[in-house]
Design a protein around this ligand. Structure first.
Ligand SMILES: NC(=O)c1ccc[n+]([C@@H]2O[C@H](COP(=O)([O-])OP(=O)(O)OC[C@H]3O[C@@H](n4cnc5c(N)ncnc54)[C@H](O)[C@@H]3O)[C@@H](O)[C@H]2O)c1
Length: 240
């Protein structure tokens, strides 16, 4: 399903690390991305890299307790303004990593590597960071764009079907918003096709990213209402 040369896009991370030589570097992940995704990334990382695996998986990781745990670990490890974070995971991990990086020492560089389809087409794109508060989603957060984002369809190989379907829904939303209805069925067939090539998956994902990026670039911090067009679904009392 996935050709061997697919990790090429992760070389951007390597170039960034080589160019900036962060004083400390840590990868934030959960146990699923540690198991399924980290092995592809590890060979590219410098030897002093720290690995911070969160103790929970899913929405509950986006909490002040887990943000505090990360801030504390960075502090104890001597992270300074020239240190950096990499978020390796679905939207929950990239939201948390981006929030922690954008607030620690008033902001340190961070790079996002989304590993779910939803993360690739939506959560990692657009510069919104966030954690939840008292049951309310994304009640605390910042607008902060990452230094870079690496999207590698290889990670989708281990993603459960249910998570692929969730990403497909976001992809469909983007196509409908942009009026690309004609390509919708074909795009969804590609994303759900076990035999799809990495190039086909990559093209579908990049199409979605381009649509979101268009609205975000016109209204990064939600000042003029253009970004609200991305809220296609009926309002459910929460903000993405
Ligand atoms: N910042 C934004 O603009 C934005 C936009 C949309 C959504 N979001 C946020 O995204 C979050 C949802 O993200 P999600 O759907 O990716 O959920 P998630 O991060 O919980 O990931 C879903 C599950 O898949 C696992 N997983 C991740 N990558 C895997 C892989 N490659 N192989 C196997 N398992 C893997 C995770 O461990 C988790 O169990 C929500 O918190 C939402 O608020 C943010």
């Amino acid at each position: 399903m996935f050709p061997e040369d697919l990790d090429l896009q992760l070389h951007d991370v390597l170039h960034w690390i080589d160019a900036t030589r962060p004083t400390r570097l840590a990868v934030v992940m959960d146990r699923n991305t540690e198991k399924h995704c980290l092995p592809l990334l590890t060979p590219l990382l410098p030897p002093h890299t720290e690995f911070l695996c969160m103790s929970v998986v899913g929405e509950s990781v986006k909490s002040i307790e887990h943000a505090l745990a990360l801030w504390t670990q960075l502090d104890h490890a001597g992270f300074d303004r020239n240190s950096a974070l990499i978020g390796l995971g679905g939207g929950t991990i990239t939201d948390l990593t981006a929030f922690v990086a954008s607030t620690y020492l008033r902001g340190i560089p961070f790079w996002l590597i989304p590993t779910t389809l939803l993360g690739m087409v939506d959560a990692a794109i657009g510069g919104k960071t966030g954690i939840n508060l008292s049951g309310g989603k994304n009640r605390v957060g910042t607008f902060q764009t990452p230094t870079g984002i690496s999207i590698n369809p290889h990670f989708l190989k281990s993603l459960p079907h249910r998570q692929m379907a969730a990403g497909c829904a976001e992809h469909a939303k983007h196509l409908l918003i942009s009026g690309s209805n004609d390509g919708l069925e074909e795009a969804l067939n590609t994303l759900l096709n076990q035999e799809a090539s990495a190039e086909e998956l990559g093209n579908a994902i990049l199409h979605s990213v381009g649509i979101k990026a268009h609205y975000v670039s016109e209204d990064l911090t939600e000042q003029n209402g253009i970004r609200k067009n991305l809220e296609f679904w009926p309002h459910r009392g929460s903000r993405a």
